[in-house]
Design a protein around this ligand. Structure first.
Ligand SMILES: [Cu+2]
Length: 425
């Protein structure tokens, strides 16, 4: 027996040598406004004339950089951040440069990079460059490879990129707390030789899971298994940005996981190949077709396909509890239990009592129960045909013919006769 309140609380609980770039001519760099000196200024990276397709971080951004005598200089600031998981819920996280995940670092194989890390947290931190091949003293394990970066200090990491692929960055200090609070980011290294065929849309999505008690705002890092919020780039559906592609685009989605669980990420309407991991490229002869990419903790997976099927295609974790928002596993299983007449009788004793779950949980969507503050509905999201009844790790791949830009094109308009229909018997 549960009351509405109890249900909610327990449940609802470049390679630059001698100043000469082999990737970007000096003219290109200047034309793009990138600084070629050490002048302090807002960093703006070049976006034109690049030998690669710039990464798209949905609900996020790319970390700007500037040249300093042939070195690409980046600056990460570790700090507390307030992150809106979806409209109606703001979470007290930790991250970098005001974001979780931190901004995506993008560079090219052969680049020499210097990454400044300033600690604005209340405790020490470090950064480990996960999967990046580098000198041991740059590996960022606090106590093992370097002293801890204390609050207020700035450390510089500098190394030459000897590989390409989808890598990550994250703290290697008080890991249990710092990663559970959202400290992580992509470190993407493009190949020196431009890819053929060229990728048209290159997305990256970071997976994370959290426990935020309903009615509160701060993740509890002590939780080991029973998480209640599951995010793509620290957003839950319907707060996750759709992935937009033009019909015929070659699409790559890079997925990274630093959570405590594996996440089988499934794409509807397509099959794809897993083309890379944080260990590097997978040779074409070793790739096989898939519709779901399992992404274990501490790894990345790149998936690739040609967007040849127009529509609004679901893209989500296939663990059922990872596509809903905060709920509890202490909810009794009432499926198939006849509760008629029971509700009124119990309400005499417990006015808040609500019979529920008899025919499934989708009714949760329509119950409109009052929610604790800063708490999202368990399953929600409006589609063109009604509620999508999803939350958590869910977004939509929108493939359209003839679009001239990548703004959200709205819902798919199905050709006549291509929607499932109601049969009158
Ligand atoms: Cu999952």
């Amino acid at each position: 027996m549960i009351t509405r309140r109890k249900m909610l609380l327990s449940s609802a609980s470049a390679l630059l040598t001698g100043g000469v770039s082999i990737l970007l001519s000096r003219k290109q760099i200047e034309a793009s406004g990138t600084q070629t000196t050490t002048q302090p200024s807002p960093i703006t990276s070049p976006t034109h004339g690049l030998p690669y397709t710039p990464i798209i971080t949905p609900n996020g951004s790319t970390l700007p950089w500037k040249w300093d005598n042939g070195v690409k200089v980046f600056h990460l600031i570790a700090e507390p951040v307030k992150r809106e998981f979806a409209p109606g819920m703001i979470v007290n996280c930790w991250g970098y440069n005001g974001q979780t995940p931190g901004p995506t670092i993008e560079a090219v194989e052969g680049d020499r990079v210097r990454i400044l890390v300033t600690n604005k947290l209340t405790e020490h931190t470090t950064i480990h460059w996960h999967g990046v091949l580098l000198p041991n003293g740059m590996d960022g394990v606090g106590g093992l490879n370097q002293p801890q970066i204390r609050p207020g200090e700035t450390y510089a990491y500098e190394f030459t990129l000897r590989q390409h692929g989808t890598q990550m960055y994250h703290p290697h200090a008080d890991e249990m707390v710092q990663m559970a609070m959202g400290m992580e980011g992509f470190f993407i290294i493009h190949p020196k030789k431009p890819e053929q065929p060229r990728i048209d849309r290159d997305f990256c999505i970071f997976l994370q899971e959290w426990f935020v008690e309903p009615g509160t705002s701060t993740p509890n890092p002590n939780i080991m298994t029973d998480f209640n919020l599951f995010t793509f780039n620290s957003r839950v559906f319907p707060g996750t940005a759709p992935l937009i592609a033009r019909l015929g685009d070659r699409v790559r989605i890079r997925i990274a996981n630093l959570s405590m669980d594996s996440h089988p990420i499934h794409l509807h309407g397509y099959n794809f190949k897993i083309t890379g991991t944080d260990g590097g490229q997978i040779s074409p002869s070793a790739q096989w077709p898939e519709t779901t990419a399992n992404v274990p903790p501490g790894t990345t997976r790149d998936i690739e396909f040609v967007a040849n099927a127009p529509g609004d295609w679901a893209f989500h974790c296939h663990k059922n509890h990872h596509v809903m928002n905060a709920m509890s596993h202490t909810v009794p299983n009432m499926i198939g239990v006849k509760q008629s007449g029971v509700e009124r009788e119990i309400q005499n004793l417990l006015p808040d009592y609500m019979a529920m779950g008899e025919s499934g949980m989708s009714e949760m969507e329509t119950m409109k129960m009052p929610l604790p503050r800063n708490t999202l509905p368990m399953m929600t999201g409006k589609g063109p045909f009604g509620s999508v009844e999803m939350g958590g790790m869910f977004t939509v791949l929108k493939v359209r013919e003839g679009i001239t830009g990548y703004d959200d094109p709205g819902w798919y308009e199905h050709p006549k006769g291509t929607i499932a229909w109601l049969v009158n018997e």
